[in-house]
Design a protein around this ligand. Structure first.
Ligand code: PEP
Ligand code: MG
Length: 890
């Protein structure tokens, strides 16, 4: 089939590229025989051609005419027919859902004549109300008139008639409103509201195409990493009416609870309303379960359809529906967005129900979701001052200052404040504010309102429909009905799970998932789901997960969180705090005896550290890295010391020791300390340092062996650039090993390897492998040196511009640059294994815990990833997902 237009009946769900997500799912519902109002989809290809050339592609208008004619035959009504008009909706629908970001025009086909035809069948009030909605929507969306122009006219009319809501307006009032709106169109757009229904349709289609490039849509795509090139499809569909009196209404439904993942249907219903009224949160909805009282047959049919959709999609679906005069219509479905809690519970439950297997269940949850479940929550044990309760729309705890508009949210957050965006309701223009805020609070709307959907997508806490809040933008304050007044800047705490809003900053506690990993008894269905899916993941993954841990406490936690070893113990971290002076003394020593004294003091401390860590990790490998202190972090600051010494001299307090220290610090000062005397270079320059550390490690291991332990030390040399450095270190290590063996009377098994964190080391990995039992990729330094970006300064300096300009989509320090740094890694893997086929390979830079990077490490064939203890569960899950995704591709 060619051409730019498809009837719904012609497609299926696999065609989201061409038909957009909405169009493909409408087609699928048709295939399932569900009651979908007929219509057709104009493809994304047509949109791309239009956006490229600035005019609709040849043949599109003719095709739309043909499909429209077919639709008219199916419905037995004609677009704009004065006696009984067909009306259509014109909606955007791109491949990836972009809720509320693009345009929609409803009721296309109404004009001064056909409004009478509609009145004959649906009543005058309904017809006139639909007409004024069309002029308003068309005026703002297609003709670019400010929406408030219409809103003001409506408010004035209601004021004049002393009516609080639309229903209070008489039929004649609506007729007057239509005429006022038409006048406003003429005045603001310089043309009348088009009376030709086909012209309405064509202009609406173009407006939807154009809305791909609105600033808010562009911003949304950047945030969600959606390509700019996709374009949107346009769905033209016969209108059905939820605003046709009490036997009509519209709703949104989920086949399971999208917030908690509990089974049972969830949703909101609004009688006598169109779908937009439900989502906008303008009127408060009733729970879907109330529909059984209002219209039992439709309720039961809806439940049957929902069950059919969930079985068919084998996933939680969200659904939009309308009931027109007792007849149910399915308007939209898609696999529903959900919170992390819900993602785990639903995947686990569906595996239990046999809808999916456990592999599929593991693929349906992500490391990012798991990471969010490990965030802290509010402390139950602390007394809190509840201000009000709304609907818990997106879970989590948020504490911040009240801000009342998106602009303020952005400005305050840029100056480092945590803010909570408080609005009556949000709309897509609030998106930047929601991104800047740590939580969103609205006084209107339910679980499916804009604020709720967007917040859930972002994983930020949100409380909606807190009706007791009166947001006053003039006084810049929020009156809590029957309670205090909150001024902009006051601190509040939101619980997005329960919907509670508290005054002040409520303290937060660990998550239930973290408590579970810490070995505490926790009864929580989310924890059960996480545990079950991680157990399965552990059986699936090929790579091991190790931890970066420098203390016995971290090592113990790492083990509880599933570590299969320590991949990086940074020994310089053992000299932070009061022990720092030992490093200072060592580096600044001016003669052998000063240096040996410092080393002698370090030895027992190190041995004690290593013994405790080896004990915690008994039976598992512990990779201990020789000291790698960037000297600027360990030595006194040159400028500050110079000033102090000068002041002392001036005040007659000068002393020779301080002068010697200053001279030594000056001598050791480096312009680029991160490229200076670090890592193995220090080991080569300071005699005795490496031997002291090796002795501490091997003696600690010998002590453990002596008491029946199973220590598995691995000694790792940092910042190697050439095999010569490594060979010298090995010699020193071998000497110490022999000495320890002869003193203790038994050998201490251990391995010696190197970090690969200098590009030259990666490029000469074959030579280096001849001296190494293992490689561990230090992707922090490897990224720094490959890009020439300073890892300490880059984020503050030019990086934001790089991200804003789109030169980089994400920081290469967060997510591995697979093309550049990744290519060095694959080179090193190949060269290393060529020389030493059983070379063990791991990664211990920050990327070891990053989901996207883990996918790369799996494909590069590494044996393990190493990351901070808290990221271990994420790494376990992602390592399994990497295997499963790889399988799926084969
Ligand atoms: C690295 O460079 O990736 C690494 C793990 O070492 P450090 O972060 O300690 O420099
Ligand atoms: Mg490093």
């Amino acid at each position: 089939m060619t051409g730019f237009v498809r009837d719904f009946a012609e497609g299926d769900r696999s065609q989201a590229d061409l038909l957009g997500g909405k169009g493909a799912n409408l087609a699928e519902m048709c295939r399932l025989g569900l009651p979908v109002p007929p219509g057709f989809t104009i493809t994304t290809e047509a949109c791309r051609a239009y956006l490229r050339d600035g005019v609709v592609p040849d043949g599109l208008d003719t095709e739309v005419g043909e499909h429209l004619a077919r639709l008219e035959r199916q419905m037995d009504r004609r677009l704009g027919d004065p006696s009984d008009p067909l009306l259509v909706s014109v909606r955007s629908g791109s491949k990836f859902s972009m809720p509320g970001m693009m345009e929609t025009v409803l009721d296309v086909g109404l004009n001064d004549d056909s409004v009478n035809g509609l009145a004959r069948h649906g009543g005058e009030r309904f017809a006139l109300d639909s007409y004024r909605r069309l002029i308003q929507m068309f005026g703002s969306t297609v003709l670019g008139i400010e929406p408030k122009v219409f809103a003001t006219a409506l408010a004035e009319l209601k004021d004049d008639r002393s009516s609080v809501d639309d229903a209070g307006l008489a039929v004649d009032d609506l007729r007057e409103l239509v005429s006022t709106y038409q006048g406003l169109v003429l005045q603001h757009a310089g043309r009348g509201f088009p009376q030709d229904p086909r012209e309405q349709l064509d202009l609406a289609v173009r407006a939807v195409f154009d809305s791909w490039h609105t600033p808010r849509a562009t911003f949304y795509r950047q945030r969600e990493h959606i390509s700019e090139d996709l374009g949107t499809a346009v769905n033209v569909q016969a209108m059905v009416f939820g605003n046709r009196g009490a036997s009509s209404g519209s709703g949104v439904a989920f086949t399971r609870d999208p917030a908690t993942g509990a089974s049972g249907v969830y949703g909101d219903y609004l009688q006598h309303a169109q779908g937009e009224d439900v989502v906008s949160g303008i009127r408060n909805t009733v729970p879907l379960s109330d529909l059984i009282e209002l219209d039992k047959p439709s309720y039961e049919e809806l439940l049957r359809n929902m069950a059919a959709l969930e079985r068919h999609y084998r996933d939680m679906c969200d659904i939009e529906f309308t009931i027109e005069a007792g007849k149910l219509w399915m308007l939209q479905t898609r696999v529903g967005k959900r919170t992390p809690e819900a993602a785990f519970r639903i995947a686990h439950a569906m595996a239990g129900e046999g809808l999916v297997d456990l592999d599929e269940a593991v693929l349906r949850v992500t490391g990012a979701q798991l990471a969010r479940l490990m965030f802290p929550r509010f402390d139950d044990a602390v007394a809190k001052q509840s201000l009000t309760v709304g609907i818990g729309a997106s879970p989590g705890a948020a504490v911040g200052r009240v801000v009342l508009d998106a602009g303020t949210a952005v400005t305050w957050s840029e100056r480092g404040e945590d803010v909570i965006l408080v609005r009556e309701e949000t709309n897509p223009d609030d998106l930047q504010g929601m991104v800047a805020a740590c939580g969103t609070l609205t006084s209107r709307g339910g679980k499916t309102s804009h604020a709720a959907v967007v917040a859930r997508g972002m994983g930020r806490p949100c409380v909606c429909g807190a009706e007791a809040l009166l947001v006053d933008l003039v006084q810049r304050q929020v009156q809590v009905r029957g309670g205090p007044v909150l001024h902009e800047g006051d601190v509040v705490s939101l619980d997005g799970t329960t919907g509670e809003v508290y005054a002040g900053a409520v303290p937060v506690v660990d998550s239930a998932v973290v408590r579970y990993f810490d070995g505490k008894a926790v009864e929580d269905p989310v924890v059960d789901a996480v545990a079950a899916l991680l157990t399965h993941a552990d059986g699936v993954r090929r790579m091991e997960v190790h931890a970066n841990a420098d203390t016995p406490e971290d090592a113990a936690r790492a083990r509880r969180f599933g570590a299969q070893g320590i991949g990086l113990c940074r020994t310089e971290h053992m000299f932070l705090g009061p022990r720092r002076v030992l490093v200072e003394r060592l580096v600044l020593a001016t003669n052998d005896s000063e240096r040996d004294a410092a080393l002698a003091e370090m030895l027992p401390l190190q041995r004690e550290d290593f013994t405790r860590i080896l004990a915690e990790m008994d039976g598992l490998p512990v990779t201990i890295r020789l000291i790698d202190p960037p000297l600027h972090e360990f030595l006194p600051d040159l400028t500050q010391l110079s000033v102090e010494v000068a002041l002392d001299d001036e005040q007659g307090r000068g002393n020779p020791t301080r002068h010697r220290l200053l001279a030594a610090v000056r001598a050791a000062h480096e312009q680029n300390p991160m490229l200076g005397l670090r890592g193995v270079r220090l080991g080569l320059v300071i005699p005795g340092l490496v031997a002291m550390q090796a002795r501490a490690i091997l003696e600690a291991a010998a002590d453990r062996l002596a008491v029946g332990g199973d220590p598995r030390p691995e000694i790792m040399v940092p910042l190697v650039s050439t095999v010569g450095e490594l060979a010298r270190m090995r010699q020193v290590l071998a000497g110490v090993a022999e000495e320890v063996e002869s003193r203790r009377g038994f050998a201490v098994p251990h391995r010696v390897g190197t970090m690969i964190e200098v590009p030259r080391a990666a490029l000469t990995a074959d030579q280096i492998a001849s001296e190494a039992d293992f490689f561990s990729f230090g992707t922090n330094d490897l990224t720094q040196m490959t890009w020439g970006f300073s890892r300490d300064d880059v984020e503050a300096a030019f990086f934001p511009a790089y991200l804003a300009e789109g030169v980089l989509a994400v920081s290469p320090f967060e997510s591995l640059d697979t093309e550049g740094v990744g290519s060095l890694i694959t080179t090193a893997v190949a060269k290393g294994r060529q020389v030493r086929p059983n070379l063990a390979l791991g990664v211990c830079g920050e990327h070891g815990g990053d989901p996207d990077s883990i996918q790369f490490f799996e494909s590069a064939g590494l044996d393990y990833v190493s990351c901070s203890p808290f990221r271990l569960p994420v790494a376990r899950l992602e390592a399994a997902r990497a295997v499963l995704r790889g399988d799926a591709r084969r």
